[in-house]
Design a protein around this ligand. Structure first.
Ligand code: PLP
Length: 390
């Protein structure tokens, strides 16, 4: 029945319905806090856990369900949950799987905010977080306690670039009933097939390659096992982890070009890394595709690519202020955190203060190789080296 409407009401209510049958490649962007039900019975039967029904914007829209389904497929998983940042995705995993009295193992080269979360869980939540040598491999078995519930891995560590032996860690963990989570951001899920190597949970910072635009923050947690997914979705719901529709769209928009971008970052990164290796200013290039990078043999066995993120150690004769001057003298490299976008970045890391064990000398600088012409990037670094001596 059509009722009479004043202009004020017409601003809010309309009988118009767009014709059906519209089709296009991009996903529709559905904005919603309130989700409408046909009637009260439909509302009462709604289950927020079921991804074939809608209950409330926080628990999913066609836009977020589409992104989740696509990410699960890309990674070779079955279930996916979106989070408002990569770090929020890490927190979702910890709060789903750890309770007071439990123990979690983290690699000593772990993404530093993950380490901070471990410290917080230890200080205030009755959980113990312990740190292991990222190259420990099967030796992790000796660290597993009866109360160990979760082992985080990161392949490779995104600052110092050691590549872990995931199959060996997973084998030791599963023999004791411990779950393994992988931060797979470095490979974008393209160059490392985490589930095939045995991990139970894959976390991605979509902020990086999936978005590709340096303009979105988002994370994802992906699993194969339904029971594990249900534990994670309980954490997702209780922590209120929603993402904005426009942000989800931006990530969906980035996906079709991600492989091309990733391969271009990879080619640029390897060319720059090889050039840096020839330079006397640089003591070590920490790039998993280089033979002397810790864990290189594992990278060769398990990975099909490298992307554009790697680090260098300057020769120890250069002080920190000298290396800072080098970074300031760069013109094509932005100074800033994150990576995976078109713009190259350089950032110094106080690696000694971040690690329990770090015996290398020399200042560490991490490069994100963007999509510029690599010869221009090389020329930029070459001119900035002059500032080291200034
Ligand atoms: C950036 C990053 C994260 C966190 O992602 P945010 O969206 O910035 O919170 C987690 N792990 C790794 C390895 C990262 O590089």
């Amino acid at each position: 029945m059509t009722i009479k409407k004043s202009p004020q009401t017409a601003l809010i209510h309309t009988d118009y319905q767009a014709p059906e049958g519209f089709a296009a490649f991009p996903s529709a962007i559905h904005h919603a806090s309130t989700v409408l039900f046909k009637n009260v019975a439909a509302m009462r039967s709604g289950q927020w856990k079921e991804k074939n029904a809608y209950t409330y914007g926080l628990h999913g829209t066609p836009t977020t369900f589409t992104l989740e389904a696509r990410l699960a497929e890309i990674e070779g998983g079955k279930h996916c949950l979106l989070a408002p940042s990569g770090l929020a995705a890490i927190a979702m995993v910890d709060f789903a799987l750890l309770k007071s009295g439990d123990d979690v193992l983290l690699p000593d080269n772990v993404y530093n905010p993950n380490r901070e979360l471990g410290k917080w869980l230890t200080q205030d939540f009755g959980v113990t977080a312990r740190y292991y040598d990222p190259l420990i491999g099967a030796g992790i078995a000796a660290l597993i306690q009866p109360n160990t519930k979760l082992i985080w891995t990161e392949a490779p560590g995104s600052v110092s670039m050691e590549v872990p032996d995931l199959p060996a860690i997973c084998k030791a963990a599963h023999a004791r009933g411990v779950l393994v989570a992988l931060d797979n951001t470095w490979s974008a899920g393209l160059a490392l097939r985490g589930f095939d190597l045995g991990v139970d949970i894959i976390m991605q910072a979509l902020t990086k390659y999936q978005s590709g635009g340096s303009d979105v923050l988002m994370g994802a947690v992906i699993t194969r096992e339904l029971a594990l997914y249900e534990r994670l979705s309980g954490s997702h719901m209780r922590l209120g982890m929603g993402v904005g529709a426009d942000d989800a769209y931006l990530v969906l928009r980035g996906l079709p070009t991600m492989k091309l971008r990733f391969d271009a970052h990879d080619a640029g990164g390897r060319k720059l890394a090889a050039w840096l290796k020839t330079r006397p200013e640089i003591a070590k290039v920490l790039h998993p595709a280089l033979a002397d990078c810790p864990g290189h043999d594992i990278w060769r066995r398990d990975f099909t690519g490298a992307g554009g993120l790697f680090s260098v150690l300057f020769d120890a004769r250069y002080s920190e202020p000298q290396v800072d001057r080098f970074i300031d003298a760069l013109t094509l490299f932005g100074i800033g955190f994150s990576w995976g976008g078109a713009n190259s970045l350089a950032v110094p890391y106080p690696i000694k203060g971040m690690r329990a064990q770090w015996s290398e000398q020399g200042s560490l600088v991490r490069f994100n190789v963007g999509l510029e012409d690599v010869d221009d990037l090389i020329a930029d670094i070459e001119q900035a080296f002059a500032a080291l001596e200034a």
